[in-house]
Write a protein that binds this ligand. Structure first.
Ligand code: ADP
Ligand code: MG
Length: 212
């Protein structure tokens, strides 16, 4: 039998507790295929349809390796829209409950930049944002990503459809090459293969077929 219980993973206790509180006991197929690889520190490209649990897959990977005592931006999660970024931040916060002093900050467009600059001055461990606003902060010098260890590109196909390719390339330029990169997408068009070639290093490909 394949191991699909979260308890088969060596996750920190707080995460295991939060998973049971949320009622997550069994991993979804994309989680079962990607989490063991993510926890080994490898880059992945994971393709699975909407609603398959991709958010928890990368969020658990990000949280499992986070060092909360080191108050630096250790992870950047990029999403296509503010709505999606807010959903992802909410899921990250739920999975992070009980991790003392953890700070998750969202940086999205459509709201004024001033308060975000103020929040950035106070620091964060994890940034969840949209490419345009994250790039604005980098250009202004209000966001420094030189301590990022994990980069997540969520809904990568949608980000490329929205024309964010150059913005993504610019953001990646300011993140250390020595990092783990996790790319999640519902589809795998040629444009994703091209950006993956530039941004990921020796990625493992995970594809969850739709069950009929
Ligand atoms: P995707 O990003 O693949 O479209 P989501 O990450 O938004 O999908 O997950 C879809 C729904 O499944 C969410 O409501 C989430 O809370 C739920 N979910 C994720 N993983 C599990 C799990 N292992 N067990 C139960 N529910 C889960
Ligand atoms: Mg998603």
């Amino acid at each position: 039998m394949t191991a699909t219980a979260f308890s088969s993973l060596a996750l920190p206790q707080e995460l295991t507790d939060n998973l049971s509180t949320l009622g997550y006991t069994q991993m979804t197929p994309v989680q079962a295929q990607s989490l063991p690889v993510i926890l080994q520190g490898k880059d992945i490209i994971a393709q699975a349809k909407t609603g398959s649990g991709k958010t928890a897959a990368f969020s658990l990977g990000v949280l499992a390796k986070l060092n909360v005592k080191r108050f630096r931006i250790q992870s950047l999660i990029l999403c296509p829209t503010r709505e999606l970024a807010e959903q992802v931040a909410e899921e990250v916060r739920k999975l992070a409950r009980g991790i003392h002093n953890i700070k998750v900050l969202t940086l999205c467009g459509g709201v004024s930049i001033g308060p975000q600059i103020g929040s950035l001055e106070h620091g964060a461990h994890i940034i969840v944002g949209t490419p345009g606003r994250v790039d604005d902060h980098i250009r202004k010098g209000t966001l420094r990503l030189n301590d990022v260890e994990t980069l997540v590109l969520d809904e990568a196909d949608q980000m490329l459809d929205m024309g964010f390719q150059d913005t993504l390339d610019a953001i990646v330029e300011s993140i250390p090459n020595q990092r783990q990169t996790l790319l999640f997408s519902a589809t795998y068009p040629k444009s994703i293969a091209a950006i993956a070639e530039r941004v990921l290093s020796n990625p493992e490909m995970i594809k969850v077929e739709e069950e009929q």
